[in-house]
Design a protein around this ligand. Sequence first.
Ligand code: NIG
Ligand code: FE
Length: 424
Amino acid sequence: MEKDAVEATSLLIEKIGTLAVVPPGPLAGSQMRDVTLIHEAALLIRDGRIAWFGPAAEAPLDEGTHVFSAGGGLVIPGLIDPHTHIPFAGDRSAEFIRRVGGESYLSIMQAGGGIRVTTQAVRDASADDLVVKNLPRLQRMLELGVTRVECKSGYGLAPEHELKQLEAIRELDRQQPIDLEATYLGAHALPAEFEGRPDEFIDTIGNEQLLAEITRRGLARFCDVFCDKGAFSVEQARRILQRAAAAGLRPKIHADELAQIGATRLAGEMRAVSADHLECIDDAGIAALLEAGTIAVVLPGTSFFLGIAHCNARRLIEAGLPVALATDYNPGSCMIESLPLIMNIACCQLRLTPREVLTACTANAAAALDIQQRAGAIEVGYEADLVVLDAPTLDAWFYAPGRPRVRAVFKAGHLVYRKVEHAR
Ligand code: NIG
Ligand code: FE
């Protein structure tokens, strides 16, 4: 569906059973539970932004306002997925089956599998192929209530193919309603042709002209690096992130996923926008993130999919960190595109409450993308990205995982998805 599917400058969403009022992020530690629930509510949208919300009985009734009934359902801010590896190509189901049989992600990677397999497929694909393959993924995400997605390059691993991936992201952003935020992840893995020469690779993929071109053409806002055992060292990660920051790309880090090598401390040192994964985070890493105001992005779909221990997100919240959640959607470590499924894993297995999970996927996810001033909250003046769910309350929604609940999705005040109701 197109971005301007339904025109209405003033729209009242009425008959809201529960409005989950998430305040603007970042919400740190116990503040993550500061979601107010208004029952029997209404919300007014004007010019794509939230103009008013409150008890239905007090709703302003302007002449000419269109009305949309939420049918007694739950209304939440549009979900934000702040860490995915869209766009990708190829298939690694054979690796998945090997891992189910007991092999580890790291051993498959060290034997030449893993990211390099996807790199071959992405190098073989044109920018147009990448768009065609990844558009349906985003369309399915929209139907799950996701209105904003971070997308990374990182499977080209050579300047021309990295640029091709970033161009595909820009085209994907144009072709469907979800807003995409692009991240340059040139240092995702060492390509075969640089075997034994990681420093030279960092100099190639992190050269000043390339980084300047990415910023000049507005192809990305962030630079990410996979800093872990079997990937890049802290020194290598620091080098590319410093150069990227000088070119205007804000740092993000894949940190402490497979082993503890000090990546989260580097995130603090670099004042990264976010540190992502954190399965092996230590106390020094937590202290570094707190000091820097970095968002902790937890990816429980990856630990679920890889069969490794989850990140202890409860510990991060108790320590006072702002925690966000994301899918990490990628063909190797997490082929899960459903943010609602991730939310259910976070609730049932990481022991986050529904309010904490909702904050993690809205206000704090917006903060992980540095757009918390305008997105991710129910607040007057904020972008009217909203989801109407077929559940009377927040708790009822979380109580029944796996059930498709999205009735309607609004993006900047426009109805961009509506579930077809079948006659019973
Ligand atoms: O976030 N950890 C590094 N990168 C991805 C996996 C990418 C892949 O296996 O294709 C991740 O888990
Ligand atoms: Fe990732």
